[in-house]
Write a protein that binds this ligand. Sequence first.
Ligand code: PRP
Ligand code: URA
Length: 223
Amino acid sequence: MKGRDLLYNEAQAPWPRTYLFDHPLIQHKLTLIRDKRTSSKEFRELVQEITMLMVYEATRDLPLEETVVETPIAHAHAHILAGKKLAFVPILRAGLGMVAGALQLIPNARVGHVGFYRDPHSLQPVEYYCKLPQDIAERDAFLLDPMLATGGSASAAVALLKEKGARTIRTLHLIAAPEGLHKLLNDHEDISVYVAAVDQRLNEHGYIVPGLGDAGDRLFGTK
Ligand code: PRP
Ligand code: URA
């Protein structure tokens, strides 16, 4: 049943450069992680599964090259990935929950880490860590963070990736608030954004409504 506190996914809102997932598996799993009764263990597993499904779609345009492989029967003309260099970059902490799912699909990708926390009063992002692959300038970056709330953290992380020279940047989020999506897209006109849901709004504390609560705390059981 759809209620007022649920999403308007089906509207396929007209966000530019944004891919809004409507796959039933993703929507189902997303509902489970919204549920406050879901344990940290299940939450982690589901975030991993949803991320894997999102990365599957977000890498749809990876280039292929032709090859020949010998099957037990004959030679087959086939395709392999054209060796494009990728980097997954989680925003600490909550983005860490998305790394395993991404690596399950692309195990040879490098992983960079950027740390931002939201100042609880100003809601402004504060950078506290950055460790990226040395050759980030030769890589296509996938920024991972489950929550796009005000958009401050993701926008600052994209700016950091640009400063470090990442070749292209895509961002993946489980849930976005319209405010955060607007900010991210307005601040950065050269990125693509992948979101599983766009919720209603932010509350007075900068939390997404209805959202799923504090993603970091739910992943790591810290509250
Ligand atoms: C959460 C979340 C995002 C950020 C989103 O992190 O994981 O990084 O808030 O909010 P924004 O769009 O308004 O910037 P948080 O600051 O709570 O840190 P944590 O992941 O360490 O818990
Ligand atoms: N960070 C979260 O983890 N959840 C929100 O709703 C907003 C920011």
